[in-house]
Design a protein around this ligand. Structure first.
Ligand SMILES: C[S@@+](CC[C@H](N)C(=O)[O-])C[C@H]1O[C@@H](n2cnc3c(N)ncnc32)[C@H](O)[C@@H]1O
Length: 317
């Protein structure tokens, strides 16, 4: 590990880089503890085969959401990057993937939750992979030292996403790239329910949120198993797009997050529902709002992807 990367003193033991880190804001602290709970629960409860399936799904999504034709194309790209930061690495599935695809690069995963400590243990055998527990809005890196900053499915969970975006932009090395994903705004009924819940989640215990997440999995499964297709009119006042939908998908996108995926199974579906319902910080953006943040940071878009759930892309200075 090259000590020149850091602007402050850090201590390094094995694959862990230690810095002082504490969340001062109540919502960020709650978000950290929600994700710590998610990663600890995942490590204890999810079956290895379901996690393998989840990793494959995550890899597939990553390639399409960031414009890589294949895993080989991603590997070739990563191998040109000496220092790679996975900002908000969670349990480290993608961080470890990057480290395997680019064995001569230094890959660093950073996360504010227990997730990165679990990842550090799980992936200790990968010698080019390090983890830091701390805030990605205030990293210990010098400006301009990271060749690939990846912030996948994270920035909307930070206290002030535009501020985090600006900080991560400052880390990009000359000729480096920044890959980032934000949650997309959904139809009005779903936004209202989600927003209501964000402000009340502080008053719920983790047991209550697990209970809710499991109920959402059951509801999602029941609706999916009906195999009902409906044709819906456009309802512009509620921002609902008309068309033909599976009933579960229609309710999911427009009213209520009730995730169910038979391939991933019940426990992983519960975890995905918990991931949605538990954190206080989970901002959503329209495409225009996201593109404004990118433009405000004087970045050029080299790839942009949009789908119902998110906007993602790769940007350069
Ligand atoms: C949905 S998970 C995504 C994990 C991983 N990037 C992935 O795609 O699998 C979001 C992660 O963001 C982390 N996070 C939220 N706010 C953060 C912050 N300010 N600094 C570092 N990590 C943060 C959470 O702890 C959580 O592990």
């Amino acid at each position: 590990m090259n000590g020149d990367l850091f602007k402050t003193d850090v201590s390094i033991k094995d694959n862990l880089i230690f810095i002082k880190s504490k969340a001062d804001e109540a919502n960020q602290a709650q978000t950290n503890s929600a994700f710590s709970e998610k990663w600890e629960y995942t490590a204890e409860n999810a079956a290895e085969k379901d996690l393998d399936m989840l990793a494959q799904t995550m890899h597939r999504n990553y390639l399409s959401q960031y414009g890589f034709d294949s895993e080989e194309a991603l590997a070739k790209f990563l191998q040109t990057k000496k220092v790679i930061l996975d900002a908000g690495c969670g349990g480290g599935i993608k961080t470890a993937w990057f480290a395997q695809l680019a064995p001569n690069s230094t890959v660093i995963g950073m996360d504010f939750s227990e997730g990165c400590m679990i990842a550090a243990k799980k992936y200790a055998a990968l010698k080019n992979l390090y983890f830091i527990r701390g805030d990605i809005a205030d990293t210990p890196f010098k400006p301009g030292v990271v060749d690939y900053v990846n912030c996948d499915q994270v920035i909307h969970h930070t206290e002030n996403p535009p501020k985090t975006f600006a900080h991560l932009t400052s880390l990009i090395a000359p000729n480096g790239e920044f890959a980032c994903y934000v949650y997309a705004k959904k139809a009005l009924p779903r936004e209202l329910l989600d927003e209501y819940f964000r402000t009340h989640v502080h008053n719920s215990t983790k047991e209550q949120i697990w209970e809710l997440s499991k109920q959402m999995t059951q509801l999602g499964k029941i609706l999916t198993d009906l195999h009902i297709n409906i044709t819906v009119p456009d309802i512009p006042m509620l921002q609902i797009k008309g068309g033909e939908y599976d009933l579960q998908r229609f309710l999911y996108w427009n009213f209520l997050k009730c995730y169910w995926n038979a391939e991933l199974g019940e426990e992983v579906s519960n975890i995905i529902n918990f991931d949605w319902w538990a954190p206080s910080n989970a901002y959503r953006y329209s495409e225009e709002e996201y593109k404004k943040i990118i433009a405000d940071n004087n970045l050029k878009i080299i790839f942009f992807h949009s789908e119902e759930a998110c906007y993602s892309g790769r940007f350069v200075k």
